[in-house]
Design a protein around this ligand. Sequence first.
Ligand code: NAP
Length: 261
Amino acid sequence: MTGRIAGKTALITGAASGIGLGCAYRLAEEGANVMLTDIQVDEGEAAAAYINEIGGNARFLSHDVTSEEQWEAAIAATCEAFGSLDILVNNAGIGIAASIIEMSLADWQRQQAINLDGVFLGLKHGIRQMKDNGGGSIINISSVAGLKGSATLAAYCATKGGVRLLTKGVALECAANRWNIRVNSVHPGIIDTPIWTKVANPGLLSDGANTIDPDELAANGAPTGRAGKPLDIANGVLFLACDESSYMTGSELVIDAGLSA
Ligand code: NAP
């Protein structure tokens, strides 16, 4: 295999859909062995099979990022399949939109558990492994909502702002310990993925349907007027994964068509 990350091994969470799936394709295209993980099993298995069909090297594992036990199993399975863990993309996430005076504690906690606890667990167990195999690169998917507030998305903003500063703190710890592990965050703007069909946000919708059209949202909200594609984010993730970014750690890579400018 040739490519910018040939022979490296990447674990990508939430890889059955959207941005995670785009990252799996792009990292595989550049020569990495990819372990796709997700709670969507059929879609994840189909994605891994497709990558293998087109000449890549992929596996899929059912993995809920809120479970510490499943994190340990996912990292062990990755090392068993491919021999090491060099790149970790903490991507799995959900968006629950609601007014802060309407949001249930259960929804607040579910979103925190997936978007923030899941990243914490990935960092904890990913770094333990990477330390032992000579280093690596960890990319945490935050959001523009981790840089600025958004009405009715305050709870989501709290998780993504948490990911942003968790990234910086852990990057400094890795640097201070000379673990040779870089940790950076990526901040997507409005990207056309299935997440927009799952954001429960009746207050923003005229017909009450649980779907938001990202093109419409971007036409009105993004400075360039268009929604991004998963590949726009995957290219940034690839850059942070490979040695071209070797002097970057604790950084935030904003890929948002100027939304936060
Ligand atoms: P997506 O298409 O919904 O993909 C996310 C994947 O993660 C789905 O397959 C989802 O499964 C899975 N997932 C949910 N809970 C999980 C859990 N507990 N453990 C493992 N996997 C789980 O969303 P996306 O747009 O690609 O989002 C990927 C990341 O980018 C998220 O962190 C999101 O917050 C961030 N982001 C997205 C945008 C955007 O505009 N799309 C912008 C900024 C940031 P289910 O379908 O069953 O939930």
